[in-house]
Structure formats: C-alpha cells, structure tokens
Design a protein around this ligand. Sequence first.
Ligand SMILES: NC(=O)c1ccc[n+]([C@@H]2O[C@H](COP(=O)([O-])OP(=O)(O)OC[C@H]3O[C@@H](n4cnc5c(N)ncnc54)[C@H](O)[C@@H]3O)[C@@H](O)[C@H]2O)c1
Length: 378
Amino acid sequence: MAIKNITVLGSGIMGHGIAQVSAMAGYAVVLRDIEQQFLDKAMEKIKWSLDKLVSKQKITEQQGKEIFARITPIVDLKEALKDCDLMIEVVPEIMDLKKKVYAEVDRVALDKTVFASNTSTLPITEIASTTSRPEKFIGIHFFNPPQLMKLVEVIPGQKTSKELVDITINFVKSVSKEPVLCKKDVPGFIVNRLFIPLVHEAAYAMDRTGATKEEIDSAVKFTLNFPMGIFELADFTGMDVIHKATIEMHSRDNKVINPHPLIEKLYNEKKLGQKSGEGFYKYSKEQYERINLSEDLAKKFNPIQLLGNILNNAAWLVTNQASDVPEIEKALSLGMGLKKPLFETAKQFGIQNIVQELQRLAKQNKFYEPDQYLISIQ
Ligand SMILES: NC(=O)c1ccc[n+]([C@@H]2O[C@H](COP(=O)([O-])OP(=O)(O)OC[C@H]3O[C@@H](n4cnc5c(N)ncnc54)[C@H](O)[C@@H]3O)[C@@H](O)[C@H]2O)c1
C-alpha cells in the first residue's frame, strides 16, 4: 500500500511537529484534536516554525505556504479519518485514554487505515490488542522536537505484519528521519531502556561514592562522551516524564531498572527540572541554562558503575534479539547525542573490568548481574 494521506491524532508538543515534518515531505496531513483552540495553537506553532525556516533560507516563502496549506486542522474524528492511509496517534501517555481513543478510532477508520502510536513507554502489543487490526498496528516513536531530532524508533507489536514494518520504515525515511527498528516490543524500547535506568543508577552512584552531582555529570559528559551530564539531561527531560517511564518500565520488567527513591521524591515535591525551576539542580531563570561542568571535575569520579548499567541494558537488548550493537549505537548517537560509540568507550575501560564491577555490585543486589552477551565479549 502507498501512504499519501496522514492523520495525526493529537496536536500537542509532539503532534504538531509530526504533522509539520510529514507535510514538509509532501504528505497531505489532517491534524486532529478534541478542541478547535488546541488546533489553532498548534497551527500557530507550525506557522512560526515554517517562518523561521524561511528566514534561515532553508525553504522559500512559497514552499512555506505550500507546506502550511497541506495541513488541515479538523476536530470531527470521522471527517479527520475520511481518507486516511496512516493514522499517527499522539495523545497523552495514559493507557486508559489511549485505549478509549483507539476504540473510537477503530469504529470510524477505513479498513485500509493503519495505526501507529507515538507512545514512549506503553506496550504496543497491549494497545494493538484493543483494536480489530493488531496486524495493522505499529509503534513509531519520534523524539522531541520532531522537527529537529533525526531518530525515530519503529516498534512492531507481536502481531504487526512484516509489510507494515517495511511501510513504516520507508515512511520514516521519506520524512528525512533515521529509523531504528526495535525488533521486540520491550519496555522502554531502545533509547528509554538505556537512558531512564541510568538516571537512577547515577543517584545510587552518588550515595555509594559521595561524589557530587557536578562531578558525576562532568564524568558523564567528558569521560562517557554524553552531550551533557545525566542529572542535567534528567532535568531537561522532566522528572514527570522520567517518573512515569520508570513506573511503566519497572511494572513490566523489574530487571530493567533499579528505581532510586530520589526520583519519586523530586516528582512528588514538583521539582520537575528545568521547566519548574528546580530538579536535581536549581535554575534561576525559565530559559534553558547549562550547569558548569568541567574536565577537572570529571577526574574526581570514575563512571564505571554508570557504564556498567547502560552497557548491561544494551547487552540485554542484544541477548533478547530486540536490537544489535550497530543499531544501538545509531540510537544512542541520534537519540541521546553520544559523541563516541558506547562499546568503544567500554573497551577503553576494559569490558572485563566493567563485568567485574557489575559482579561486585551483584553480590548485594541481583539486579546488577552482568548480561550473558557482556560476559561473552569480555
Ligand atoms: N513530549 C515528549 O517529549 C515526547 C517524546 C516522545 C514521545 N512522546 C509521546 O507522544 C505522546 C503525546 O505526548 P505530548 O508530549 O505531545 O502530549 P501533549 O499533552 O503535549 O499533547 C497531547 C494532545 O492530544 C490531545 N488529545 C487528547 N485526547 C485526544 C483525542 N481523543 N484525539 C485527538 N487528540 C487528543 C490533547 O488535547 C493534546 O493536545 C505521548 O504518548 C508521549 O509519550 C512525547
């Protein structure tokens, strides 16, 4: 089947961006939300973003107008799905809400319409099973902001057809993004499986070693080659997002994450990070602010336990045939901005040393037992 008409369900942070990148690739897009005022705001944001591209001479004024004209905002669901080939659902991350939305959509959508959910953490197979078309259901995980982030994870559910996997990968490429296939519907898919547990591990490392947040973050940035510190990244992402993802992932598989109580505490205290003015760090202004990290501070903390954590989860993905090392490296580079491949950094530390450190930690808590893939490559 050929994808021509796309309906994006939900016009919030992610939805309006996905609508924009789809229209930029030439697709006819319907943007649907539950109230006209949400659509008006979304269309304003799209206009602003296109104007910016015009001013930077990335597109011409005429192209900007044509792209904008390809997006039709519609509240009525039936009308919005009238001739839809691909429906991308981008409603809030609440399982009951998603299920309710799919029940409604499934009733009015045409037989030819395939469903793609932009969920970050909810199981694709479970959402798909509530529809009459699980073979025509897939996960398509754009990153924030979709206009800028190159990575899109593609996640088939247990019943997703091979044809739809291919169609989705081609669609992702057609909107100038880089697909990474997460071959199994595992908690956190690839990037969140590597990122979210690492925030908790960093909090444990702080308890164990007495290192400061700035020392740990400096080591993450300068020794592990991340674009910023892990606490900094958590504050940037938001403690609400991290807390919610933690609950989802941990409830489905307690081997993936060792929750540290500090994250729930910050969340309960509404210390959500950048957006609330305080998270792991305090922020004086509302605008984006960087923490002072340095190579000198980095020397004061050995991040081997953090490396062990992320590497163990990466190895789990390989052992469980959800991904492979090149795809994991691509996801880490494009989704988290790692400046050097993770397994290369690991080799510099010595995989054997990392495995030994994990085995040492595993004496206290079985969570740390090294994955068999890691053991096999040491
Ligand atoms: N924000 C992020 O950084 C991010 C990144 C990747 C994936 N996601 C995922 O994308 C999805 C949406 O997240 P968001 O941050 O854009 O949320 P958001 O709250 O900004 O937007 C959700 C939109 O959906 C609308 N909506 C609610 N019910 C609807 C319905 N029945 N039909 C159409 N629209 C409806 C809401 O009015 C709102 O405008 C979630 O599954 C989230 O996990 C978010």
